[in-house]
Design a protein around this ligand. Structure first.
Ligand code: A3P
Length: 290
């Protein structure tokens, strides 16, 4: 373990939430046994994880789709590295769905060897930063600070998920890997139905038109905001403090413009632009670009 404080510790070059995982558990994930039927969702924090978790849950679980079951996302698509409810992942029935913020180089070797399917969702990093800033107030496990401070930490990679550029470069180097589907938050926002279809095709799942309509409807921001199975309001209060905000906050593209000053935006560009331009993604910064 290289660094430790009340909120985060660094292990193998990556920051993790203190209290929620140990270095030994992270080490053990290298050999975590992967099944061909597993589905992993990988993201940098605040890039649309809960949204895609819900879509996966709706695709796979009829009971979730028609509202007859009362199982929340933490159990439907649990976190690989943060096993908050201490579930037995090894004896879990197939197909197992997992979410992770791990950088590509730390994922289980079974995944790197091409077993299972993975979905990586990316979001424009200014909206990620602003969402992270707001979330650091709601999350009891993240250190609260002013926007300027959080932005400097984000640009230096001293946040959960580490340096956004490293995370996305590591994953996007795999863009020709047929086991990984790459999606963008903004493309989901622009046309959710097409994104859900893309996910279904990738996973080999066939839904009827009605089922598809249902997934799209229940994965909308409005529906998820009031669906306790899908908005993390069932999370323990020692993890999230809902008096300070909501997990589903705004769910828009371009909210960074309401937060960042011109000077902050220019500073952000000066640090990120060069490496961002080499990424194989075209980022959307504003709804007007739709
Ligand atoms: P904002 O803070 O910008 O609103 P993650 O799940 O990776 O932590 O990402 C959280 C972000 O995704 C939040 O962004 C949240 O509002 C947004 N989000 C969650 N569900 C969404 C949905 N159905 N539609 C659009 N955005 C959604």
């Amino acid at each position: 373990m290289e660094l430790s404080d009340k909120y985060m510790f660094k292990h193998k070059g990556s920051y993790f939430v203190t209290d929620l995982v140990t270095p030994e558990y992270i080490d053990s994930l290298e050999d975590f046994e992967i099944r061909d039927s597993d589905v992993f969702l990988a993201t940098f924090p605040k890039s649309g994880t809960i949204w895609t978790q819900n879509i996966l849950s709706l695709i796979y679980h009829e009971g979730h789709r028609n509202g007859t079951e009362d199982t929340d996302l933490l159990d439907r698509v649990p976190w690989l590295e943060y096993n908050i409810r201490k579930r037995d992942y090894v004896s879990r029935a197939s197909p197992r769905l997992f979410a992770t913020h791990l950088p590509y180089y730390l994922i289980p070797k079974g995944l790197r060897n091409g077993r299972a399917k993975m979905i990586y969702v990316a979001r424009n990093p200014k909206d990620v930063l602003v969402s992270y800033y707001h979330f650091s107030k709601v999350s009891v496990k993240l250190e609260e600070a002013g926007f300027d401070v959080i932005m400097e930490r984000f640009l230096a990679g001293k946040v959960i998920g580490n340096l956004w550029l490293d995370h996305i470069e590591g994953w996007s180097a795999q863009r020709d890997n047929p086991s990984i589907l790459f999606l963008m938050y903004e493309e989901m926002k622009k046309d959710l139905r097409s994104s859900v279809l893309k996910i279904c095709n990738f996973l080999g799942k066939t839904l009827t038109e009605k089922e598809l309509d249902d997934v799209v409807d229940k994965a909308s921001f409005g529906k998820m905001s009031v669906d306790r199975r899908a908005n993390y309001t069932t999370m323990p209060t020692d993890l999230l403090d809902f008096k300070k905000g909501r997990f589903l906050r705004k769910g828009t593209v371009g909210d960074w413009k309401n937060m960042m000053t011109v000077a902050q935006s220019e500073r952000f560009d000066s640090v990120f632009k060069e490496r961002m331009e080499k990424l194989p993604f075209k980022f959307i910064w504003d709804v007007n670009e739709f």
